[in-house]
Write a protein that binds this ligand. Structure first.
Ligand code: NAD
Length: 291
C-alpha cells in the first residue's frame, strides 16, 4: 500500500539514477584528469557541504575543484546517501561522511575525522539551504516561529557554525564561499522566508570576512540565478522564476550549475586574492522582478 504512494516520476528517477551516474562517470574519466590552466589548485583541500544529487550546485563545485587538483571532504545529509554515494567514484580519493548542520554530535564527529584525514584544509563551500515547503509560498508573514528558526538555522546560522569548526583547520589565505539568491534584496514571489534567511547569510559573509581577514582568509557569497535543483523544487511556481529571469536578462538565457562552479573555482584561486566580503552575481543578467 505504502509503496504505491511514491510517485511514478520519482520511482523512475531513482531507477535511472545509477545509470546516469555511470554514464557521467565514464565521461569524466576522459575529461576529469585535466587541470584547469591558471586554476590549478593541486594539493589543496576543501570541505564541501550541500551535495544532495548530481544536480546540486555543491556537486558541480566539488567536481570542478576536484578536477583542478583539490581533495574533497563531503558532508552530506543521511537522507541523500543513496544519491551521493554513486557520485564519489567521480572524485579523486574523497572523504565523505554523513553530517547535518543542526546536529552537534555529527558535526563534531565529521570535523574530527576531517582533521585526522586531511590535517589542514584550504576551502569551505557552504551550499546549504532549507525551509519548509509551506513557507515558500503565499504570504511571508504567515511563517510561524519554528519555520523561521529552522530556515535561519540551516540556511544562515550554519555558515558561522561551519566556519567556527573549519577555521582552526584552515591554512592562511583560504577561501570560504556561500550560495545566495537575489531574493535577499528584492521581494521575489514565494521566496519569502528564504529571502530573509539569505539576507542574514549575506550579512554573515561580511562579518566573517572581517573576522578572518587577518589570516588572509576570504569569505564571499555567490548570488546565482535560478537553476533547477532539489532545493529549487520546493519553491512554489519555480518555472515562473526561471522564465522571468530568462526574459529579463540582457543575455536572454538562464545559467546552469557549471557557471556557478566556474565562479567558485575563481574565488578559491589566487586570481581573486583581494576579493572578500562580497556578494558576486552569476546570472545571464539582472532579473528585475521584485521591489
Ligand atoms: P540542493 O537541494 O541540491 O542543495 C541543498 C543542500 O542543502 C542539499 O545537499 C541538502 O542536503 C543540504 N541541506 C539542507 N539541510 C541541511 C542540513 N540540516 N544539514 C546539512 N545539509 C543540509 O539545491 P541547490 O539549488 O544546489 O542549493 C544549494 C545552495 O544554492 C542553497 O544555498 C541554495 O539556496 C542556493 N541557491 C540555489 C539557487 C537555485 O536556483 N537552485 C539559486 C541561488 C542560490
Amino acid at each position: 500500500m505504502g509503496g504505491n504512494k511514491i510517485p511514478l516520476k520519482f520511482r523512475l528517477y531513482m531507477m535511472l539514477y545509477p545509470l546516469r551516474i555511470l554514464m557521467k562517470s565514464l565521461a569524466s574519466n576522459f575529461t576529469g584528469g585535466e587541470k584547469m590552466g591558471n586554476f590549478n589548485l593541486e594539493g589543496k583541500k576543501a570541505i564541501v557541504f550541500g551535495v544532495a544529487n548530481d544536480a546540486s550546485i555543491g556537486w558541480h563545485i566539488a567536481k570542478k575543484l576536484n578536477d583542478s587538483g583539490v581533495r574533497i571532504a563531503l558532508g552530506y545529509q543521511e537522507r541523500a546517501e543513496q544519491l551521493v554515494k554513486p557520485l564519489l567514484s567521480m572524485l579523486n580519493n574523497p572523504f565523505a561522511e554523513k553530517c547535518d548542520v543542526v546536529d552537534d554530535v555529527l558535526l563534531t564527529e565529521f570535523f574530527n575525522k576531517v582533521e585526522k584525514e586531511f590535517g589542514k584544509v584550504d576551502f569551505l563551500i557552504h551550499s546549504i539551504a532549507f525551509a519548509k515547503k509551506e513557507h515558500l509560498q503565499g504570504k511571508y508573514y504567515e511563517v510561524d516561529r519554528r519555520g523561521y528558526q529552522v530556515a535561519q538555522e540551516v540556511s544562515a546560522y550554519s555558515l558561522a557554525e561551519l566556519t567556527r569548526r573549519t577555521a582552526p583547520l584552515m591554512n592562511d589565505n583560504g577561501s570560504i564561499i556561500a550560495m545566495t539568491y537575489y531574493g535577499s534584496e528584492k521581494v521575489t514571489p514565494n521566496y519569502n522566508i528564504m529571502g530573509v534567511a539569505k539576507a542574514a547569510l549575506e550579512s554573515s559573509v561580511r562579518y566573517i570576512a572581517n573576522d578572518l581577514g587577518g589570516k588572509g582568509i576570504r569569505v564571499n557569497a555567490i548570488s546565482a540565478g535560478p537553476i533547477k535543483t532539489l532545493a529549487a523544487s520546493g519553491i512554489s511556481d519555480f518555472d515562473t522564476m526561471l522564465n522571468h529571469s530568462r526574459e529579463k536578462a540582457p543575455l536572454k538565457r538562464n545559467i546552469d550549475a557549471d557557471d556557478v562552479a566556474n565562479l567558485a573555482l575563481f574565488l578559491c584561486s589566487d586570481m581573486s586574492k583581494n576579493i572578500t566580503g562580497q556578494v558576486i552575481y552569476v546570472d545571464a543578467g539582472y532579473s528585475i522582478m521584485g521591489i
